[in-house]
Design a binder for this molecule. Structure first.
Ligand SMILES: [Zn+2]
Length: 360
C-alpha cells in the first residue's frame, strides 16, 4: 500500500543533438522533455539508462557509471562500471567482457538495502543469469520493477521469469506490435528439428545461427536433447563454457577451427554459429544449409541476411502476448517502455493505462 502520494517530474531524453548537449541537459539544445504525472512515481532520471536517485544506482546504463545494476551479459549492457551489481552468472559474463571484478553478486531471493530502498532480483528468462530488479521504497512502500530484457516463455537454458506486481513498471518492449505474437516454443523446436533432419537426409550440413550468448546455447541444448552432435563456432565457446560451469547441459560439443576456411572436426555434426560468421562457413562449404533463429522471422526479414537461409521465430525476448500478460498480472499504476518504437506504450494508453516510451 502507498502511504504517501508524490508528484514528480521525470526528465526523459528524447533526441539529444550531441554528447555535449546531453552533458548540459539544456531543455533547448538537448531535447529534454518535461512531463508531469498525477500518479505516484518513484523518482528517477533517464539518460541512456535509468538512474534511481534515492538508491544511488543506475539500472543498465549504456555508458560507464560509478554504480550500476547490470541485468545480463549482453555487450550493450556490460559496460566497465565503477562497481556493478549482478547475478553470479552475469558476473562471469561481465568479467569476461570488461575485465573488471569490482562487483557485488546479488543472489535470487536475497534483499539488498541501498539508501532508503530495498533491492532484490528475480530471473528474467532472457539468457543465463539474466535478471529483473525490484526496488521498494521503505518510506512509501512504492515498488518499481525493471524487467531488463526478458521473456515469459520457457527455455532449456535459463529459469523462467516471474511476473512481479508493482506500482511502476519499466519494461523492455523490443517486440511491442501485435504481429510479434510468437508461436509456442514447442512448435518452433519441432520445426527446427524437422528442418535439421531434412537437411541431413538430403546429404547437406545444417547450420543453425543465433547470437553467441544465449541463442547459440539454447540451440545447442535443443539439438543435444534431440540426439544431434554439435560443432560450434569458436566465438561461442567462452559463453558455452560459462553455461556448462553453471550446470546447463549443452551436451558433448566440439569447437570448430578458428580458420574460417576449415570445417575439420565438424563432419557429421550440426554447426551452431553467430549470424555474422554464416557467410564464411557457407563459402568454405557450399553443402551447408542455413537457419537463423530470431524473433524478426515473424517479419520475414531475416532470411535475406543469410546465404540461402531460412528463419524460425525462436526469440529470447518477450513477444507482444508476453508484454500484455506481464502488464495485466503486474497491475502497475504507470508503465515506462524501453527499446522498440514506442508502439506498445501507445497500445497501453489506448487501454487506459498510463504509459510512456523512454527510448532505446
Ligand atoms: Zn539482451
Amino acid at each position: 500500500m502507498l502511504t504517501e502520494r508524490r508528484r514528480y517530474t521525470p526528465r526523459l531524453m528524447v533526441r539529444p543533438k550531441s554528447s555535449q548537449a546531453v552533458r548540459r541537459r539544456s531543455p533547448i539544445t538537448s531535447g529534454w522533455m518535461q512531463l508531469s504525472f498525477d500518479v505516484p512515481v518513484m523518482p528517477f532520471r533517464y539518460e541512456r539508462g535509468m538512474h534511481l536517485e534515492d538508491a544511488g544506482m543506475w539500472l543498465d546504463p549504456h555508458t560507464r557509471r560509478p554504480v550500476a545494476y547490470v541485468s545480463h551479459g549482453h555487450s550493450d549492457h556490460c559496460r566497465p562500471h565503477g562497481h556493478a551489481f549482478v547475478t553470479a552468472e552475469t558476473a562471469d559474463f561481465y568479467r569476461l567482457r570488461t575485465g573488471r571484478s569490482a562487483l557485488t553478486v546479488m543472489n535470487i531471493g536475497e534483499t539488498l538495502t541501498r539508501g532508503l530502498q530495498e533491492v532484490d532480483v528475480f530471473p528474467a528468462g532472457h539468457v543465463l543469469g539474466s535478471s529483473q530488479v525490484r526496488v521498494r521504497d521503505l518510506a512509501t512502500g512504492h515498488r518499481l520493477v525493471y524487467t531488463g530484457d526478458f521473456k515469459l516463455r520457457p527455455s532449456l537454458t535459463s529459469p523462467s521469469a516471474p511476473v512481479l506486481e508493482c506500482e511502476t513498471l519499466v519494461m523492455e518492449c523490443t517486440y511491442g506490435a501485435p504481429r510479434f505474437t510468437f508461436p509456442p516454443t514447442e512448435q518452433v523446436v519441432t520445426e527446427l528439428i524437422a528442418w535439421v533432419g531434412s537437411v541431413i537426409a538430403s546429404g547437406n550440413i545444417p547450420v543453425v545461427c543465433g547470437y553467441a550468448l544465449g541463442k547459440a546455447q539454447e540451440a545447442m541444448a535443443i539439438l543435444h536433447q534431440a540426439g544431434h552432435l554439435v560443432a560450434i563456432h569458436p566465438s561461442i565457446e567462452p559463453y558455452a563454457e560459462i553455461y556448462t560451469r553453471h550446470g546447463v547441459d549443452l551436451g558433448q560439443y566440439v569447437v570448430m577451427s578458428p580458420d574460417p576456411g576449415s570445417l575439420s572436426g565438424s563432419e557429421g555434426r550440426v554447426i551452431v554459429c553467430p549470424p555474422q560468421h554464416a557467410r564464411s562457413i557457407r563459402e568454405a562449404m557450399p553443402r551447408t544449409r542455413m537457419m537463423i533463429l530470431t524473433g524478426w522471422a515473424i517479419d520475414g526479414g531475416a532470411p535475406g541476411r543469410l546465404p540461402m537461409g531460412t528463419a524460425l521465430p525462436l526469440s529470447d525476448h518477450a513477444g507482444f502476448d508476453d508484454l500484455v500478460e506481464y502488464v495485466q498480472r503486474a497491475r502497475p499504476k504507470i508503465v515506462y517502455t524501453v527499446h522498440g518504437n514506442g508502439g506498445f506504450a501507445q497500445h497501453l494508453r489506448r487501454q487506459g493505462i498510463e504509459a510512456h516510451h523512454l527510448g532505446a
